[in-house]
Design a protein. Structure first.
Lengths: 402, 402
C-alpha cells in the first residue's frame, strides 16, 4: 500500500509554501476601494495631526489660570473679546481676563490655552461671561501633533484595512493607497464520485462542496477565485486542467482524492507537469493529513483533502496566509470537554463559542467527519500544538476565529 | 441657546429607526456570490445528509461483531468478498465473517455496519484480511441523515454567510439563495470647515474623513454606499442634496454640524423636506449625543456627529443594524482601567484587545477626542448600559468586535 513519503510538520509545510510562492505584488488603489485590503507598506504620517490647536467642545477659549478658583458660588468674570469662526484663523488673541466663543473643532486663538465648556458658563449681556468651574491648561483642547506626529508610523505593512483605518488614512490625506495585489487562485475539484451541486447525487455520489466553500474562503482571504469545476479521474483531463490553471493563476488548489487510490492519481497528474517537484506529501495535522504541495514551472499547486471540513481547515492553515491575510483574530475561552491529541501532530479542533453570562465557553464540535454540523456550528478553532497530547475540559484556550 | 428637544434612550432610538425604515427586501443570487450576505429566510433541509451510509476512512467494511475480541496478538480472520467502488452502489452484501475493501466516502454494502481502518488490518493473499483491533457498530461510518435530516432548519433568517456556510448550502444542493437585498445608503458630509482629503487643510479646516470611513462602514455592513461629498453651510444646496440623496437611496446619513450653530442648520435643512417629521433629536449616549433622525417623504435621514470617532460609533449602533447586519461578534475580556459613566446614558467605550498570555485584556482607548489613536487602535467596544455608573478595572466585560 502506498505511504505518504514526505510527511512534514505544519510549520515546515507553511514555510515551504511561503518560500515557493511568488513574491507579494503591490498595487495602488483608491482609498474608497480599500476596505479589507492589506497594506503593502508602512504608512508614515507626513504632517502633524491636528495641525493646529483645536477645541473639542463648544465653549469659551480662555487662559486656564484665569479660571482657577471659579465655582458656582464664586464664578469668575471674563471679558468677551470675540468669536472664533469655524474654519478660520482667529484674528485676535486672548489676554489676561479675556475669553472668546469657540465652537467644537475651532482653532484656539493665540494666548488661550484651554476651553471652558458652555455648560459651565453663563453669558451676562454682550461683553461678560461667568465661569463657574475651573479648567487646567489644555483641558478640552487637542494640541498640535497630539494625535499623530509627522514621521510617525501609523500602520505597518500587512495591516488589513477596516472602516476606521480608512478614516485615519483620509485624515492623513491619502486618497491612494498601496495594497497587496489580489492573487488569482484556481480551484479544481477532482473525483469520479463528485457531482455538480445542482444534481441529485446517486448512491455513492456527493455534491461538489469544495468548489463553493474554497472559492468563498479565497475571496474572504482577499484572493480572486477561479473555479474549474469537477474533473473526473481521467489522467489526461486532470493534467490538462492543472496545466491551464497553473498558467492562469498564482496558486492552484486541487481538492479531492481522499482515498489512497485517488490520492496517487492526483499526485501523478501533478508530478507529470513540467519541472514538477514535490514539496511535501502529507502533514502531521488533523484534520488534513493528506495535504500535499507540488511546485511546478511557473506555479504552485496545493492538494487538499476531499472532505470539505478538512479541506477548509487546511486552506485556513496553509493557503490563506499566502494570500496576504493579516494576523487572525483570537479570543480566550474555556474548553468544555477533554480533547485528545497525539504528540507529534498539530490538531485543529473546531469549536462553537457560547457565552454563559460569565465566561466564553469553547465547545468542541465533533460528529465524526459530519459535514453540516461541523462546518456550520463552529465559530473558530483551537490549535493543539505538536508537542501536546490534548487539552482538558476547564482549561483556558485561545480560539482563532473563522 | 438651543437645546436638544427630543433626547431619547439608545434602545428607543433604534426601535424608532427600525419602525421607520423600509421593510427588508430580498433578492435571489447565485451561491457563488453569497459570501457575507445575510439570509432573507430560514434554510430547511430538503433531504437527508448523507443520503447513504458512508465510510469516513479507507479500510474494510465489516459486521462489527465479527471484529470483537480481535487484537494484535489474536487477529480476527475475515474473508474478502469484494471492493466498494467510489461513486457506485455495491452489488454484494456482507455476511458473517466477510469483509470488503471500502474507500473514504464509499457506500457501505448491505450487511456491513462498521469500517475497520486499513491501518488496523493486514492483507493475507487474495482472500483473507487480518483485523487486529475491534470496531463497534457504526464506527467510521456516517449514517443516513446523521449530519442533517430532511425538514430540519439548517440556518435561520438573518444569518450571515461564511465560507463554511456556503459549503453547507452547496451540500444541500442550493445553487441559488435568497438574501437580504443590499440597501443603498447616501452619505453627505456638511460643514464649511470640511475640505476634500486631497487638499492640505488651511488653519481651522479638517479633511473629510467621514465620507470615507462611513462609506467603508456601509460596505462592511452589507450596504451600497453612495457618496455626495462635502456640502458647505448653504441652506439651498444642503436641502437640494438631501432631497436628491433621499430619492436615490434607502437611507441617508448626514454627518457634520458638530457645533450648535451647524447642528441647527443641518436640522433646518432636513425639516424643510416634504413631510419631514423629527423622530428624535439627541440620544442619551456617549460619544454621539447629537445623533438625530428625521423621517421624510420616501425616506429616512440619520444625522451623525461630525467627529469621525463618534460618527463611526453611532453608525455601528444605529445604522448597521438597519442594513441587515447579523448579530455582532462578542468576546470576553478583563477591563484594565476604571471607566466612568453616568447613569441615564449609554456609554460605548472603545477598547484595544491585548492577550497577556493568560487572559484577554480590554484596554480603554482614551485620548481626548483624538482621531488617529482612538480610531486605529481599538478592536471593539464595551457597552456601559443606561443604568450603570461605570466599570471598575479588573471586571470582566463583553467586547463587541468592530
Amino acid at each position: 500500500m502506498p505511504e505518504f513519503f514526505k510527511v512534514v510538520r505544519c510549520e515546515d509545510a507553511l514555510a515551504m509554501l511561503r518560500d515557493n510562492f511568488p513574491h507579494q505584488r503591490a498595487e495602488e488603489i483608491d482609498l474608497s476601494a480599500a476596505l479589507n485590503r492589506v497594506l503593502a507598506r508602512d504608512i508614515v504620517g507626513q504632517e502633524d495631526i491636528p495641525g493646529f490647536e483645536r477645541s473639542t467642545v463648544d465653549g469659551y477659549a480662555v487662559r486656564a489660570r484665569d479660571t482657577f478658583g471659579s465655582s458656582e458660588s464664586m464664578p469668575g468674570f471674563l471679558t468677551m473679546k470675540g468669536e472664533v469662526v469655524m474654519g478660520e484663523q482667529p484674528e485676535f488673541s486672548i489676554r489676561e481676563g479675556w475669553c472668546a466663543w469657540i465652537p467644537t473643532g475651532g482653532m484656539l486663538p493665540p494666548g488661550a490655552d484651554a476651553v471652558v465648556m458652555v455648560e459651565h458658563t453663563e453669558r451676562l449681556g454682550e461683553d461678560t461671561v461667568l465661569v463657574n468651574r475651573p479648567v487646567g491648561p489644555y483641558d478640552n483642547v487637542i494640541r498640535v501633533g497630539e494625535d499623530a506626529r509627522k514621521g510617525e508610523t501609523i500602520f505597518t505593512q500587512g495591516h488589513r484595512l477596516r472602516p476606521q483605518d480608512i478614516g485615519v488614512l483620509a485624515a492623513l490625506g491619502l486618497n491612494r493607497v498601496e495594497v497587496v495585489a489580489s492573487h488569482r487562485v484556481g480551484i479544481i475539484s477532482s473525483g469520479d464520485e463528485i457531482v455538480p451541486i445542482t444534481c441529485t447525487p446517486n448512491i455513492g455520489q456527493v455534491r461538489d462542496v469544495n468548489s463553493y466553500s474554497l472559492a468563498a474562503a479565497v475571496e474572504k482571504a482577499g484572493g480572486t477565485p477561479r473555479v474549474y469545476g469537477v474533473i473526473p479521474d481521467n489522467m489526461e483531463l486532470l493534467t490538462a486542467t492543472l496545466a491551464k490553471a497553473v498558467r492562469e493563476n498564482h496558486l492552484v488548489i486541487l481538492s479531492g482524492g481522499s482515498s489512497i487510490g485517488q490520492r496517487d492519481f492526483s499526485l501523478k497528474a501533478m508530478l507529470s507537469l513540467p519541472e514538477a517537484s514535490m514539496l511535501f506529501h502529507g502533514v502531521a495535522a488533523r484534520p488534513g493529513k493528506p495535504t500535499l504541495a507540488v511546485r511546478v514551472d511557473g506555479g504552485l499547486i496545493v492538494g487538499l483533502p476531499g472532505h470539505p471540513v478538512a479541506a477548509l481547515m487546511m486552506f485556513e492553515i496553509f493557503c490563506a496566509p499566502l494570500l496576504g491575510t493579516a494576523a487572525m483574530r483570537r479570543v480566550r475561552a474555556t474548553l468544555t470537554a477533554n480533547v485528545a491529541s497525539q504528540a507529534g501532530r498539530d490538531d485543529f479542533v473546531r469549536v462553537e463559542l457560547i457565552d454563559d453570562g460569565e465566561r466564553m465557553l469553547a465547545n468542541p464540535v465533533h460528529g465524526k467527519s459530519g459535514l453540516v454540523r461541523v462546518m456550520s456550528s463552529a465559530q473558530g478553532y483551537v490549535h493543539i500544538p505538536y508537542e501536546k497530547q490534548g487539552i482538558k475540559a476547564g482549561e483556558p484556550v485561545l480560539v482563532t476565529l473563522f
